[in-house]
Design a protein around this ligand. Structure first.
Ligand code: TXA
Ligand code: MG
Length: 332
């Protein structure tokens, strides 16, 4: 059932559902989440079951404000605090050392916890209402509201389509950011970028004075994380990334073979075949992120068998989009 997230009655109903151990489709500025009370292990287990997600892939705990960090994290390094001051509320998740009793099932028992304070007004209203309940709910765990490995949802309708009408979903409109939050591991003494997003490496460096390392610059990385699996974000069609030249030659050679091909391109292309659907990629990374998952769904909906995408520029502002496209292509 989809409820209007702007109405206070819907927000109260959503908070009560979370307190009762039920699941909720929650809008955030990045993507829609499938939410449950972080400290209710049985409710959190339902998230893993509904998504078909392995229990050792930890979930992010969402909080109403930075004050709630003390319910989940043992300590906050100075550089992490600087990131919180600069980017919360907003699309940034921090991995911090976990308090032993907090969010056990949600973190898969790892000694760290991912925390994020979303800026979406509906998410914020729900998290605030949760804090005011008796007993309060301090944190809400929410992975993206899609089945494991599939495309993340950016509208309430996407969530309802994925999980059916029984799930309570708050409608908060189309997501502004469109790709999942930037994740920074703050448990290793220096910031480590686990997942790129709309907050870039450069933004992080500017806020805390430290250039974040990449995962592969570390000797080992233990926590398993679905957003970091190579193959992810799979639409039904096969996705391929190509540069503009390869794309044009592929269209010239294969475009007439009768397969329905959808093309997402930045450079001008020549193409005569009616079996080919062209869609222009926005010039800006943030705009492209906003429509990225919707584009993959649209192409599936029109029955495309192949999705050919022009590789975006190799600059830090495009890192989040490039990451999602590479994973979508690896899934094919
Ligand atoms: O934008 C977002 O972050 C969205 C919205 C709903 O907030 N949520 C989201 O959740 O993308 P999910 O479950 O699809 O991705 C969570 C990722 C995992 O893939 C994992 O990489 C990381 O968060 N994560 C969570 N807790 C962690 C931990 N303790 N250590 C390492 N990584 C962790
Ligand atoms: Mg996800």
């Amino acid at each position: 059932m989809i409820l209007d997230g702007k109405l206070d009655a819907s927000v109260q109903a959503a908070a009560a559902a979370l307190q009762n151990g039920q699941l909720l489709g929650l809008p955030t500025e990045t993507v829609y989440g499938l939410a449950a009370d972080s400290d209710n292990d049985a409710a959190v287990a339902q998230i893993f079951a509904a998504k078909g997600r392995p229990a050792n892939h930890p979930l992010i705990v969402h909080v109403a404000d930075a004050g709630a960090i003390t319910c989940y994290a043992k300590e906050v390094p100075v550089f992490a605090q600087q990131l919180i001051d600069a980017f919360w509320p907003g699309p940034l998740t921090l991995i911090l050392p976990r308090l032993p009793q907090a969010a056990k099932a949600s973190t898969g028992g790892q000694d760290s916890v991912g925390l994020r304070c979303p800026s979406h007004p509906v998410a914020h209203a729900v998290l605030k209402a949760c804090q005011q309940l008796q007993p309060p709910v301090w944190g809400v765990s929410a992975p993206s509201a899609n089945k494991f490995g599939r495309v993340s949802p950016t509208t309430a309708q996407h969530v309802a389509t994925e999980f059916g009408d029984e799930l309570l979903v708050l409608d908060g409109g189309a997501c502004e950011v469109g790709i999942e939050s930037t994740i920074v591991d703050c448990t290793r003494g220096v910031p480590v970028l686990l997942r790129p997003g709309s907050i870039t490496r450069d933004d992080i460096q500017q806020a805390c004075g430290l250039r974040p390392l990449s995962k592969d610059e570390l000797p080992t990385h233990t926590p398993r994380a679905s957003g970091t699996l190579l193959a992810h974000y799979a639409p039904n069609a096969k996705v391929r990334l190509m540069d503009a030249k390869q794309l044009q030659s592929a269209l010239d050679i294969l475009g007439s073979e009768g397969k329905h091909i959808a093309v997402y391109h930045r450079s001008p292309l020549r193409c005569a075949s009616p079996a080919i659907t062209l869609r222009a990629m926005p010039q800006q990374a943030l705009e492209t992120a906003r429509e990225l998952f919707g584009m993959l769904r649209d192409f599936d909906e029109i029955g495309a068998q192949l999705i050919w995408i022009e590789t975006p520029p190799d600059t830090t502002d495009w890192e989040g989009v490039r990451d999602r496209l590479l994973r979508a292509a690896a899934a094919g």
